[in-house]
Design a protein around this ligand. Structure first.
Ligand SMILES: [Ca+2]
Ligand SMILES: [Ca+2]
Length: 347
């Protein structure tokens, strides 16, 4: 019996190998290692690695109630919590490939050169939120993905990318390879981030455990922002006028600004930087109360809206914002310093 199973497995593996050889000459299929697990991974025509995320079910939304969240994050704006409710079961019916990393500045520049695409920032010339010379938050028209206001390298996540720009990147890659690339749905993103876990982060509930897995507002960032504070909100989400020291993590991740993608440890699906580094656009329209009426299978978000969803928080956000359940969004043409994305490829 065992022998038969082994034989069967050998034949299956041969069949898989044959498919690999026939799939695409530009595509290299490899096994990448993530915490001992062997992953089914692809390297595409621009050197981007994508890992196969299996179909499955998970609980989407906040894993704890308002009191527990506010006790853990007293600086949080409670008005941002109801959008994470109710926690509900979701089935992702099909496996998909997801970028192991956030799209890098280098990959995005390849797209701009190859497609001759002008980003929204170049087209509409509107100011964007970023950081001034002394670390103060400013609005300016001078920022660009290649000139974000701090030192970046081609292997850093791209920033100042609008949802429109991110979709244009996916469309370009689809045309180039004859494969369907797109942004993840919000449900796919959270499913992929959690990777079978049910805690605040895929690392557990303790924000300090993010250090080693994520580029966050850590002690290295704190050193650049002495005396930085955050507002305290009342129960209705109004500012109380009181401020407390900014809740930087006490651990060191080594980066005050963006970090090269994949610098830290991955989650159980082999995905890097799902928490922090850059925010990641999703395909859905943002719905403040869409969880209460979301379908069980493959939810796609509301049919229409004014904002697109973004997930995961960034290098300059608090541990409250880096949670798996945290949802935010922005107008499709909006882009701030920490707005990036990662792609999904259909099998
Ligand atoms: Ca950091
Ligand atoms: Ca990220």
């Amino acid at each position: 019996m065992m022998e038969k199973k082994a034989q069967c497995l050998t034949l299956m593996l041969m069949a898989v190998s044959a498919t690999v050889v026939l799939s695409s000459p530009k595509e290299k299929r490899t096994s990448a290692s993530a915490d001992q697990a062997e992953l089914d991974a692809i390297t595409n025509s621009i050197g981007m690695k994508l890992v196969r995320i299996p179909a499955g079910e998970f609980m989407m939304g906040a894993e704890e109630d308002r009191d527990a969240t506010m006790a853990a994050f007293p600086y949080a704006d409670p008005a941002l919590l109801p959008r994470e409710w109710p926690r509900h079961k979701v089935r992702v019916t099909n496996p998909f490939y997801m970028g192991q990393h956030e799209v890098t500045l280098g990959q995005f520049m390849t797209f701009l050169r190859d497609a001759g695409y002008k980003i929204d920032a170049e087209r509409d010339g509107k100011p964007m939120t970023g950081y001034g010379k002394n670390g103060e938050i400013i609005e300016s028209t001078v920022f660009r993905p290649w000139a974000p206001g701090w030192k970046v390298e081609p292997d850093h996540p791209v920033g100042y990318v609008s949802w429109n720009d991110a979709v244009a990147f996916c469309d370009w890659l689809s045309r180039k390879e004859g494969k369907k690339y797109r942004l993840p749905t919000e449900a796919e993103w959270e499913y992929a981030c959690r990777a079978g876990t049910t805690s605040r982060y895929h690392t557990g509930n303790d924000p300090e455990e993010l250090v080693g897995f994520a580029n966050t507002a850590d002690a290295d960032r704190a050193a650049e922002f002495p005396g930085k504070t955050v507002d305290v909100f009342d129960k209705s989400g109004k500012k109380t006028g009181k401020q407390i020291p900014y809740p930087f993590l006490s651990g060191h991740d080594g980066y005050a600004w963006t970090a090269p993608v994949g610098r830290f440890r991955p989650n159980r699906f082999g995905l890097y930087d799902m928490h922090g580094n850059s925010w990641e656009w999703c395909s859905d329209w943002f719905g403040e109360d869409c969880y209460g009426k979301s379908p069980f299978e493959d939810p796609q978000g509301p049919r229409t809206g004014t904002s697109r969803v973004s997930r995961g928080g960034a290098f300059d956000n608090t541990a409250f914002t880096l949670r798996c359940a945290r949802r935010d969004g922005g107008a499709p043409e909006s882009r701030d310093c920490h707005d990036g994305f990662r792609v999904v490829r259909e099998p």
